[in-house]
Write a protein of this length. Sequence first.
Length: 84
Amino acid sequence: MNPFVQQMINHKINTLTPKQLQNLGSQYQVNITIEQARQIIDILHHEPINIADETQRKRLLNKIAKEVDPSVAQKTKKLLEEFI
C-alpha cells in the first residue's frame, strides 16, 4: 500500500466519530447502530491505529468481539478490509 494513502487511512480511522463510522458502514452495506459505533470508536481510539499492522487489527477485532458483539466485530472487519 502506498505510504501516503496508508497515512491518510490511519488518520481517518484515528479521528472517526461514531456517526461517521455509522455513515461509512452504510456506504459499504454494513449496518451498525449508533451505540455499536460508539463502542467500536471507544476501542479504536485507545491507541493509534496502523491499518497495515495485521496483529493490531486482529487484537482490536477480538476486543470488539468480546466487549461489543462477535457479529459487530465481523462487520468491523469487513469495513477495515475495504481500506486495506
